[in-house]
Each structure stands twice: as C-alpha cells, then as structure tokens.
Design a protein around this ligand. Sequence first.
Ligand code: SF4
Length: 222
Amino acid sequence: MQNTSPAKIHSTKPRRLTTPAALIEAGLAAPERLAEFEAVAERYAIGLTPALAGLVRPGDPADPIGRQFIPDGRELVRDPAETDDPIGDDANSPVKGLVHRYPDRVLIKLVAVCAVYCRFCFRRERIGPGSASLSDGEFAAALDYVRGNRAIWEVILTGGDPLTLSPRRIALATGAIARIDHVRTLRWHTRLPVADPDRVTAAMARALRADGRTVVVALHAN
Ligand code: SF4
C-alpha cells in the first residue's frame, strides 16, 4: 500500500533532497519516474528542504507544493519563443551580476544558489550547484557602478537566494552597500524563511541591519 503520510519524511534524520533518487527514496514520487527526473536533473538543479518536503503529500503528482519543486519531464519541452534569459537581465547588465533596468534602482545577484530549486524559476538557466556566485572583485565592481550613479537609491539583493549566505557575509555586503551615501534602501529577495526557517537566526537579523537605511526583506511564498 502506498504511504500517504508525511510522517515518513520525518522518521529519519531530515536532509535536503538534491537528487532524483533522494526524492523517490523520500516517497515523494513513484520509482517509475526516476528516468524522467534524471533527464531533467541533467539540465536543471534539484533542491528541496526538509521543511518543505514535509508539507508535500507523498505520491500525489498534483500536490501544489510538490509541483513547485519536484521535477517534471515537461520542463525539457522548449517552445521556439523561449529564451535562456526571459526577463532580459543580460541586456540590462552593465557589469557582471548587476542589473540596471530602472533608473533609480539596481539588482545585485550575489549568489547563484538557493535552498530550494523552484521548477518555475525564471533564472533557472543560471542558478544551481556549480554556478558561479559573485567574486569579491565582481562585487566590488558592482558597488563601484552604484557609487557612480547617484540616481540609484535602492539596491535589491537577489540571486539565487542571497540569504543562503552566512550572517558574516550578509553583514559584509550590508556594510559595503550602506556606505554608499545615496543608497537609502536595501531590499533582500528571498525564499529562505519559507524554505529553511531554521536558518533565520538572530545573527542573520543583526547582519541585515543597516543603520540609517531602510531594510526590506521581500519574502517569496507560494
Ligand atoms: S528560490 Fe527564487 S531564485 Fe531560487 S529557484 Fe526559487 S524562484 Fe529561483
């Protein structure tokens, strides 16, 4: 009989699920789907945290949380109109990792990894294990660009998920951005508080604080 209880997920030490086999071993999909998942995994990253895996109804391909994270062979069907950069980041990227689409704000893509990998992600071609995050030098170049554009009052930190960084590295980024006098707001875009709530700590909250600046955390929840 099929196990329909999430309890199976919690009965062993919780771990992040990052492979097709792990998803199936966790009871989140039927073993017959292994080849389908492996084909998708050759192109797109897989990642599902225990916190979210425990909310998926095992074995139900229509489960709304499972559908966000469990691969589907249809991801490999590509319409001729689709591109690798559907939101046009590259066309608006004057320096690596920075997107300047609107006159008064920029995105800085600090990291290329996430706690979970969403099947619908519009940056999925560029993120996942093995994708390069910004080096210190590239981050410095992005800051130079912001410094040289006084119209920019908001810096949006994104990725990937920038809150996957350690509090130490978050604090370094916060401090460096907050030292640019015309930047008034730092906005962090993240799924981490939903995907891996245990990683939201007092140390992280302290690292996000930027004296004299507004700090916004935009939480992505589906
Ligand atoms: S957490 Fe955000 S950046 Fe990461 S895969 Fe999901 S939608 Fe994409």
